[in-house]
Design a protein around this ligand. Structure first.
Ligand code: IPE
Ligand code: MG
Length: 229
């Protein structure tokens, strides 16, 4: 979700106004995806590198995170959307960590779309955590080297048990991954748009879905094999 700051700057507003507008865009995108039949939606809300931003912006983002979790959890529950926060939460203020746990608990039994918020998440850190756990199990003799394969690694990431994403969307004109779900996007279709996140609405999502639908996913095979299947 990129472009909040630029959206605000273009309107001579403080960056925080862009982040507030970004929350509205997120709520709309979540509901739109849920209605469209998306099974899992993961948004990159705060990367492990975002702590490097000015202190004031970081604390505003924390407050916004806190107030939106509190406000949206009920709404998500009504829409049968299950919420999960992925990433290393230990660095967040205690109050926010409690709110994260509460949000997950409130929507725990929802059977509709799974909405994941990546917060203090980094794709490399995700893999480092996984490797450490595997290493620990290896040292304890619970695993042998042969047990370490794709499946075992995936099972130790934050997204264990959740299918890899089909589509990756980055708004705001940048054409890079910026340490999002690195392991998980090996075969994901990438979609980049110049639209700034606060302006990214239903029509933009439809365009992204249509673009995705027109692609041929071969997973290493040749076109004829995929078409026959
Ligand atoms: C939202 O957009 C990203 C976060 C909430 C961390 P940015 O804040 O990166 O907006 P730009 O890139 O400055 O426009
Ligand atoms: Mg940015």
């Amino acid at each position: 979700m990129d472009g909040n700051g630029r959206w605000a700057k273009a309107r001579h507003l403080p960056r925080t106004a862009g982040h507030k507008k970004g929350v509205d865009a997120t709520r709309k995108a979540v509901e739109y995806c849920s209605n469209a039949g998306v099974e899992v939606l993961t948004v990159f809300a705060f990367s492990s590198e975002n702590w490097r931003r000015p202190e004031g912006e970081v604390s505003t983002l924390m407050e916004l995170f806190f107030s939106s979790l509190r406000r949206e959890a009920k709404r998500m529950k009504e829409k049968d959307i299950r919420m999960r926060i992925i990433g290393d939460r230990s660095r967040f203020p205690e109050k926010l960590q409690q709110e994260m746990a509460a949000t997950e608990a409130v929507t725990e039994h929802c059977g509709g779309m799974l909405f994941q918020i990546a917060a203090n998440y980094g794709g490399r850190a995700d893999l480092v955590f996984a490797m450490r756990q595997l290493g620990q199990e290896l040292l304890e003799g619970k695993l042998t080297l042969d047990d370490i394969d794709d499946e075992a690694i995936a099972a130790h990431t934050f997204t264990a048990g959740i299918p890899d994403p089909d589509l990756f969307i980055r708004t705001g004109g940048e054409q890079r991954i910026s340490n999002f779900l690195l392991w998980q996007i090996a075969y994901t279709e990438l979609y980049f748009t110049d639209v700034l996140w606060p302006d990214f609405g239903a029509r933009c999502l439809d365009e992204a879905f249509a673009d995705f639908a027109a692609r041929e996913r071969r997973f290493g095979k040749i076109s004829e094999q995929v078409r026959h299947a």
